[in-house]
Design a protein around this ligand. Structure first.
Ligand code: SF4
Length: 330
């Protein structure tokens, strides 16, 4: 039996769990190829215009799955206690059924950690009946999936090559250190983000949200008067806030995409804090029309600006200072 797993959205954070789960059940998992022009075009044609880029890409990846017995589209409602995923995750699979190739059935399960492990397991066992697997087999597969996911999180994805760490670069104090914040499925989606991570690594040391440990994230969320309840947003704000306070970080780049509702809040919160702390901060908004030349120009201008600031450290013009304190439009 072959399960088709689209290489988009939840793939970047949770594929190890599902890979371990299905591996234990002796089911082959077939992923769609890395994003290319054809996959993106398929997604753009089929998905709703109003939705965000990652959902459009997911639609393209679903259509690219061939020769599989099922297309796997889990509804990931909540992945940890007291949080939800983005509302667009909750609409899966229904919002994307039209993308599923004709004749291939959809395999789905609702994963809601707010209900606790026992009920998560129960929902998985219900899905297991469709696959002809016993409750005990599903329970063992669940533990195996958890083991694979823990390993992925401990190694910060290094073994899976989703999020290469900074290990390949020797420590060079004179190189700029830039934090790249944003959703995993944008930062690691090199086709859609025009190879931003690679380009940035050629010019600076890079820190990623996905490399910040959970305790630091939680600590940096404490100052919020109201809790963020989207799991990705918590991770982005907590890590972004840590980077803002870190004197070794020379600047922050927030990678977002057109149409992202949760980023519209978190990005604004971080940008206000960056302004207060005089930390260089740039937002890059991706959509299906983003061009490479524009991205490189902005990246180079941002890094040049930080370099100049290093040379003229301590100099802040009174004009800039006044604008900085009283205005949202710099
Ligand atoms: S968090 Fe933003 S980018 Fe991610 S699925 Fe939701 S709207 Fe799309």
């Amino acid at each position: 039996m072959k399960i088709g797993f689209p290489r988009a959205l939840f793939y970047f954070d949770f594929f190890p769990f599902w890979a371990g789960f299905f591996h234990h059940l002796n089911i082959e998992v077939v992923t769609s190829p890395p994003t290319n022009r054809q996959i993106m075009d398929l997604g753009l044609k089929n998905a709703s215009d109003e939705t965000c880029l990652p959902l459009k890409l997911l639609s393209g990846h679903i259509q690219a799955l061939k020769a599989v017995d099922w297309v796997f589209l889990p509804r990931m409602v909540s992945v940890e206690a007291e949080t939800y995923t983005c509302p667009k995750f909750l609409g899966i699979p229904e919002s994307l059924l039209s993308s599923v190739p004709t004749g291939i059935p959809v395999l789905s399960v609702t994963l809601n950690w707010r209900k606790g492990q026992r009920l998560v397991l129960k929902d998985l066992q219900t899905m297991g009946e469709t696959l002809g697997k016993s409750k005990i087999e599903i329970k063992q597969a669940f533990y195996e999936g958890q083991k694979w996911q823990e390993k992925f999180q401990k190694t910060r994805g290094a073994e899976w090559n989703f999020a290469p760490t900074n290990l390949e670069w020797p420590p060079e104090p004179e190189r700029l250190k830039i934090a790249l914040v944003g959703h995993s499925y944008l930062i690691q989606e090199s086709y859609a983000n025009l190879n931003l991570l690679k380009k940035l690594r050629e010019k600076a040391r890079v820190e990623l949200v996905q490399h910040v440990d959970q305790i630091e994230i939680e600590t940096n969320l404490l100052e919020l008067r109201k809790k963020l309840f989207w799991s990705h947003s918590k991770q982005i704000y907590g890590a972004g806030n840590k980077f803002l306070a870190d004197p070794e970080i020379d600047g922050i780049i927030y990678l977002t995409c057109f149409g992202c509702g949760t980023d519209s809040i978190v990005q604004e919160l971080l940008s206000r804090k960056a302004r207060q702390r005089h930390k260089p901060y740039m937002v890059i908004t991706l959509d299906e029309h983003s061009g490479e030349a524009g991205l490189i120009t902005r990246l180079e201008a941002f890094l040049d600006m930080i370099e100049r600031r290093r040379v003229h450290e301590g100099y802040v013009s009174t004009h800039g200072e006044r604008l900085d304190c009283n205005s949202n439009t710099l």
